[in-house]
Design a protein around this ligand. Structure first.
Ligand SMILES: NC(=O)c1ccc[n+]([C@@H]2O[C@H](COP(=O)([O-])OP(=O)(O)OC[C@H]3O[C@@H](n4cnc5c(N)ncnc54)[C@H](O)[C@@H]3O)[C@@H](O)[C@H]2O)c1
Length: 249
């Protein structure tokens, strides 16, 4: 495989495991220097070590709480200190706190909106400052098919993921003049720890809605993110690509 990201510096949030880890591995496999940042520092360290062993590139593990402005700014400062620039940002960190609307607590609403949506604003703002100066940047936000079509028990999650789509389009318009693209990927049912914890009945029900008949793998999402970060996608901005086996068409 050709190395599409040689000399590029990429930050992936929530990259200690799951989809974020697959994205970091994919970018590293194609030559990017990757920053694995996660609120779980231990898993970030483990992933970075794995990448350093497996691929001929640099991988830096950093703690970040993406919902906290000071933490995000400190993380971005560390990256600039280590690598001098940032070319790619993948806003991947996300959580669920599911409950029916009438039972949902204000805490669970606020938490999901902060970790999934406010985070995208904080990280993009902190990184875009540097991208604007270098007149190059690739930003990819991880939304969800739930942001497109909704789901019972996920009003907070659905609102956060739909919010990401609105943010993506506005940021794409604002930053286009500086050669910075901003796109989003909307995964469907992907096999990770986030979906592993769901009851079997719900998993089977979700699977029945997938025309391709299988859950997606984190690598299915990583390939599309890598495409959006590559030169092949340099004329794509403000786009939302579903990676869902046809689930939400
Ligand atoms: N798995 C799916 O089916 C699916 C579908 C659609 C969208 N998504 C989205 O993809 C992204 C990744 O999902 P996943 O399935 O890999 O989840 P996951 O739970 O396996 O991994 C999420 C990672 O984010 C980290 N994280 C959580 N809160 C954080 C915070 N405040 N600051 C920094 N890091 C934090 C976690 O420690 C973890 O390493 C999420 O945004 C999720 O909403 C997942």
């Amino acid at each position: 495989m050709s190395l599409r990201f040689t000399d590029k510096v990429a930050i992936v949030t929530g990259a200690g495991r799951g989809i974020g880890k697959a994205i970091a591995r994919r970018l590293a496999s194609e030559g990017a220097k990757v920053v694995i940042c996660d609120i779980d520092k231990e898993s970030a360290e483990k992933t970075a070590e794995e990448i350093r062993k497996e691929f001929a590139t640099e991988a830096l593990a950093l703690f970040v709480d993406v919902a906290d402005e000071n933490s995000v700014n400190a993380m971005v400062g560390e990256v600039i200190k280590a690598f001098g620039k940032i070319d790619i940002l993948v806003n991947n960190a996300g959580i669920t706190r599911d409950d029916l609307l009438l039972r949902m607590s204000v805490e669970d609403w606020d938490k999901v909106i902060s970790v999934n949506l406010k985070s995208v604003f904080l990280c993009t703002k902190a990184v875009a400052r540097h991208m604007v100066r270098q007149r190059f940047g690739r930003i990819v936000n991880i939304s969800s098919v739930i942001g497109l079509r909704g789901n019972v028990g996920q009003t907070n999650y659905g609102a956060s993921k739909a919010g990401i789509i609105g943010f993506t389009k506005s940021a794409a318009r604002e930053l286009a003049g500086r050669n910075i693209t901003v796109n989003a990927v909307a995964p469907g049912y992907i096999s990770t720890e986030m979906t592993e914890k769901l009851p079997n009945e719900l998993k089977e029900q979700m699977l029945r809605q997938v025309p391709l008949g299988r859950p997606g793998q984190p690598e299915d999402v990583a390939g599309v993110v890598a495409f959006l970060c590559s030169d092949d996608a340099s004329y794509i901005t403000g786009e939302i690509i579903r990676v869902d086996g046809g689930m939400a068409m």
